[in-house]
Design a protein around this ligand. Structure first.
Ligand code: NDP
Length: 456
């Protein structure tokens, strides 16, 4: 295969789904130039008109929901039902941020000798670098607030999953967004992504991916003092106290770690269970895990698809070698496809590699704790701090633990992490900055303070 052609695979079959031209550094420079050229006119679009365009984009996504969902299901290997839900969220993100252009409010501040007030200005050209696990969804979390605030963008999807981003760029034009406002470059992170980070004409990088690449982006962006937001890895705890509804906690736990085949930065991959409740909890959990239907992403009954690639599967498998304390496993198809059965490891020592590293696959570790203090200590004993869950029927305890955890997104008696209207992002090495909700706009605007002298 020549260097300039990208073969995009279908992880459930290992067959080539599509071939695309592979972009290089010159293509990135052209995309940045196009975005820079479109910026003055886009920022000048009146707030009401920008709102209407974003709402039209949301409607266009809804009209193409099935097409986009099928493309995402096949390219990322996710169950079609999940892919439809993701496309609904993409549409919802643009609808939510269509409310923002007319609500980018400032402050008036009392000062001597005149009037002082603040306005929020767009940053300019924003580079968006996104991963393969939720390709269009994670892109939309960045695109919505970026466009609403008046920025233009260059989006670099992961080479493994570029197809919905390419189609999205076409739908932007169909919805009436001017040429050059949304630019998509399909090329490798090591060249095209790195060029976006280094490019002096790019004002900000919004990145989701591994902590390792996030670190290099923060270092690279420092050269031009670019703004950066980073959504990185996780090793999130699912804390189950003995006084919880154990059947409900166990029924929900598989979805929280095996959803998207575990390729989810919010995966609750460390299940911490209070001693005394372990046997009952594990009994419920085994039934739930072995019942997971793993198979063809386009089959309506499928609950879990394959992993994204052969090399990623090899990495996940390294956590389940012959020595691994496998408590039980679900099933996965044989034959072509990057399949991996859902797997629960127990007991696992807090220092074990499986308990410390982000596996990013369908492998959960179960650990036990004696009391609230130990639960918090174990939960916080990680370099990450993205999300987590607390299951308890003692509301005061659940709130105490929620405040004590070093993580950006927590849920009590639930495993939800992401809502369009609430902020999402990490503590510690899970990154910085917040996406979604009202806070995301802060990361795509600069505050400008203006003083008007009245004593002249
Ligand atoms: P990466 O962090 O390598 O990839 C994420 C994005 O960054 C992709 O678009 C990639 O491009 C791009 N990229 C890679 N290198 C650079 C660079 N030097 N400069 C700029 N952009 C770059 O994640 P992987 O795909 O390798 O996954 C590895 C691990 O990362 C996973 O196993 C998981 O632990 C974690 N991860 C976490 C995610 C999250 O949601 N927080 C999402 C994905 C992964 P391309 O791939 O096209 O080369």
């Amino acid at each position: 295969m020549p260097d300039g052609v990208l073969e995009v695979l279908e992880p459930a079959t290992e067959a080539v789904l599509q071939e695309l031209p592979r972009a290089d550094v010159e293509d990135v420079d052209r995309a940045v130039a196009a975005a820079a050229g479109a910026f003055p006119a886009w920022r000048a679009v009146s707030p009401g008109d920008r709102a209407a365009l974003l709402q039209r984009l949301s409607d266009t996504i809804r009209e193409h929901r099935e097409e986009l969902a099928e493309l995402e299901a096949r390219n990322a290997g996710k169950p079609i039902g999940d892919a439809r839900g993701e496309m609904d969220m993409v549409a919802q993100v643009f609808s939510y941020y269509s409310g923002s252009p007319e609500r980018l409010l400032g402050d008036t501040i009392p000062v001597a000798g005149g009037q002082a007030w603040t306005v929020r200005e767009p940053l300019g050209v924003v580079g968006l670098i996104v991963p393969w696990n939720f390709p269009l969804t994670i892109a939309a979390w960045k695109l919505g607030p970026a466009l609403a605030a008046g920025n233009t963008v260059v989006l670099k999807p992961a080479e493994l999953t570029p197809l919905t981003a390419v189609r999205f760029a076409e739908l932007c034009l169909e919805a009436g967004l001017p040429e050059g406002v949304v630019n998509v470059v399909v090329g490798p992170g090591s060249t095209c992504g790195a060029r976006l980070v280094a490019h002096p004409g790019v004002a900000k990088i919004a990145f989701t991916g591994s902590t390792e690449v996030g670190r290099s982006i923060a270092a690279g962006a420092a050269q031009t003092i670019k703004r950066v937001t980073l959504e990185l890895g996780g090793k999130s705890p699912n804390i189950i106290f003995a006084d919880a509804d154990l059947a409900a906690a166990a029924a929900a736990a598989p979805g929280a770690v095996f959803g998207n085949a575990g390729q989810d930065c919010c995966a609750r991959s460390r299940i911490l269970v209070q001693a005394g409740a372990v046997d009952e909890f594990m009994g419920h959990l085994e039934g739930a895990v072995t019942a997971i239907r793993v198979g063809d992403p386009l089959d309506e009954s499928t609950e879990m698809g394959p992993l994204i690639s052969a090399s990623h599967r090899a990495g996940v498998a390294s956590f389940v070698d012959d020595e691994a304390p496998v408590a039980f496993r679900g099933r996965a198809p044989d034959g072509p496809g990057f399949w991996f059965a859902p797997t629960v490891l127990c007991p696992v020592d807090a220092g074990a590699r499986a308990a410390r590293e982000e596996i990013f696959g369908p492998v959960a570790v179960v650990m036990t704790f004696d009391d609230e203090e130990e639960a918090v200590r174990l939960a916080n004993d990680t370099i990450y701090g993205l999300s987590g869950s607390i299951w308890s029927q003692n509301g005061a305890r659940a709130l105490r633990v929620a405040h004590a955890l070093d993580a950006g997104v927590l849920s009590i008696n639930s495993n939800t992490s992401v809502r369009v209207s609430t902020p999402f992002g990490g503590f510690k090495q899970s990154g910085y900055g917040r996406e979604l909700g009202p806070h995301a706009l802060d990361a795509y605007t600069e505050v400008k303070s203006i003083f008007y002298a009245t004593n002249v």
